[in-house]
Design a protein around this ligand. Sequence first.
Ligand code: SAH
Length: 395
Amino acid sequence: MIDVILKKGKEKAVLHRHPWVFSGAIENIKGKPANGDIVRLMDAKGGFMAYGFYNDQSRVALRLLEWDEAVAVDEQWFRAKVGIAVASRSSILADGLTNTCRLIFSESDFLPGLIVDKYAGHLAVQVLTSGIEKLLPVIIDELQLLLKPESIFDKSDASSRSHEGLETINTALTLSHPPERVEVKENGITYNINIAEGQKSGFYCDQRENRKILAAHAKGKKVLDCFSYTGGFTLNCLQNGATSVATVDSSALAVETLKENIILNKFDETKVTPIVSDVNKQLRKFRDEGETFDIVVLDPPKYAPSRSALDKASRAYKDLNRMGMLLLNPGGLLATFSCSGAMDMETFKQVLAWAALDAGKQVQFIYQFCQPEDHPVRSSFPEGEYLKGLLCRVV
Ligand code: SAH
């Protein structure tokens, strides 16, 4: 195994078990590891620090796996980590109302660059590091042993693969291709998922709990679900007795699937107004028409892909939330989210405070949304925390 020597003074994060070592923190390398090889990270005095995946194409040159020198990071090690992650999701699936969740969440499950989502009997895998790419046959074998899935689909088309010098893949790994439509259940609601064509790996299962929490407020309410995708918030609100829901998403495919999902669940189609449009335009249209709502959901895509984009993103979040507030009836609820890792909860609250000022409204934060337990946050890896939201009463 090749030794990688860390620069003096760069030990702290490694000792604190942060799993990333940036290329600038490396003093030298005793050999020529291939990308995706497992190497030993040593301190400047030659003491062992950790084992990790190496990649010279990435800004994160090492992704650390194991801090105990005596533990062999072999096939068994990866099989064990897969097994622990999968077993830890059993409580989510226990009540029979949900059969879709994230089984493996990358660094947060000690497997940097591996994401595995369960869609009923099918699995979608995303591989974001060359280290995991090399070990994929072992990982797939373990998933097959543990779960006996009907299909495993490699959905590794994320743009972050290019940072590791990896090509985009969108293909079935197992002999059986997943069907075009997979039916899954979440909170007792049925959804059609298109694993190959859908966004992300097909469904945003990170909003499972938040959909349920918001829907508890929906009885007898007129709801506006912005960035609805295939209707997660809409369907939960309908199930809980919302009188009407207007949904807005720019993706025609997502809105078509949303319509299918309403029929699939035998909800009253006449209560839903699906709109394919840009949310910013549609909110202004509603304002000009004098349309108002009791509940507004804002679940936009990631506006701040990095810390440097935070200022610009904050302005976009502020404008979006200001418009959302203006469409609320007095005392109405705004459920607003940010999935930008760079935006922390304190900054997000500040953005909401600015939006309230500009809208001439008063806001009470009545609940803080977060990511669910199948998207764990490792204490040594705060970067794994990305989804946050606020339920606001707007007066
Ligand atoms: N709330 C959804 C997930 C939202 S993901 C759920 O519960 O499943 C973000 C969505 O925003 C995607 O469906 C994407 O198509 C949509 N989107 C992105 N930019 C948009 C825009 N400017 N206007 C409308 N929709 C947009």
